[in-house]
Design a protein around this ligand. Sequence first.
Ligand SMILES: Nc1nc2c(ncn2[C@@H]2O[C@H](COP(=O)(O)OP(=O)(O)OP(=O)(O)O)[C@@H](O)[C@H]2O)c(=O)[nH]1
Ligand SMILES: [K+]
Ligand SMILES: [Mg+2]
Length: 442
Amino acid sequence: MEEDTIVALSSGALPAGIAVLRISGPGAAPAMAALAGGVPEPRRASLRTFRDASGGTIDCGLALFFPAPHSVTGEDLAEWHLHGGRAVVAAALGALTALPGLRLAEAGEFTRRAFDNGRIDLTEAEGLADLLAAETEGQRRQAVAQAGGALRALYEGWMRRLVRLRALLEAEFDFSDEGDVGDDVAAGVIEGVAALAGEMAVHLQSARRGEILREGFRVVIAGPPNAGKSSLLNALARRDAAIVSAVPGTTRDVIEVSLDLGGVPVRLADTAGLRATSDTVEAIGIERARRAMAEADLVIALLDGSDTSPATEATHGETATSPVLCVLGKADLLLPAAALPAHDLAVSSATGEGIERLVAILAARAAETVGDPAAVLPARLRHREIVADALGLLTDPALSRLPPELVAEALRRAGDRLGALTGRVGVEDLLDVIFSEFCIGK
Ligand SMILES: Nc1nc2c(ncn2[C@@H]2O[C@H](COP(=O)(O)OP(=O)(O)OP(=O)(O)O)[C@@H](O)[C@H]2O)c(=O)[nH]1
Ligand SMILES: [K+]
Ligand SMILES: [Mg+2]
């Protein structure tokens, strides 16, 4: 346990109806005794007058006390619920930090202590950080599952299986005189390793879903100049995010807006019109457009419904790699049906026709790609890299030909690698990075 007792405002910006101060560490109970007239009964709210060292009243409010180890930090933890005025909070923090051993907390320090004291593991801490940052319903559901230990349970289950497989091997070579392990045991272990590796591979395959939930489903609007791409972005974003003009080649940079479509974050990008050009800057823009299209989860290939000449239609077939939705724009000026190329739907940014339908299609595609937001997905790059490392050790083709001692050693190394996921092994250098994601008071 830490020596210092930390203090912080854990609730939001002031002024507010109520401000919640938290005090964690060995000095929490003495601070209550000194400033709140005594330590309340554990886990019961108690109405108190909070006073400074000279006996002056700071405020009246509720006090709670959670004795170690059954608190969120694993230490003695006190909460003060005060009136949420700036001067009230400043006076309370001043009186608390004037006590010996008490100081203001750093960002994420309460959560760091919960981790240090074994109340949560690293994936749960990451889930908490995601929960605080969650902006869409899908993000919230993913984060609350992870904060509740969904990833921890999965990864710890894998580690237990590795330990069991190793124990099987080790028992064999400990008890056999000649040192040659029974073939049945070795085969059983290799089978067990293959089954585990299969599950890890499936988990990794779902990585893109977790990434989409965190970072957004990427939709790119592409098409010939003047098709109405920027107008469509503005219509979908319901604001003037991109410049619209009658001049072909207006958009150069990739312009991105964030949308929340049915709880899934969507990053919608407008790009430069695709055409052959001798303009250097426009050519750079077109290069960026092509890159954005290649990285997209979905490309909206937009054609001008009032002018679908073969020259413009040629750009329609450009997106070989990403899924494509073919959309005709300027539906208010639509050519006769006979002259129209194949398309999924027609929209008009000018009249709003078809826009709602397009939003519904985008939301459905995003939701379909993400699947169940509460599913156990590798949320971060860190998870994916570690699982991939461990998987590499377990799928080494040489494994089945190695002597059992070396197989056991490979299993041990894979288990150690997985230990970094929950924070058991070799993550010291990472902790500062992860806990600095939190705000002060969390
Ligand atoms: N009638 C009508 N005009 C539209 C519609 N959408 C765009 N326009 C017009 O078409 C012209 C080009 O629109 P933009 O949104 O700038 O087209 P763009 O595809 O972004 O063009 P570049 O960035 O130059 O490639 C502008 O004059 C718009 O006002 C629409 O739905 N109906
Ligand atoms: K334009
Ligand atoms: Mg544009």
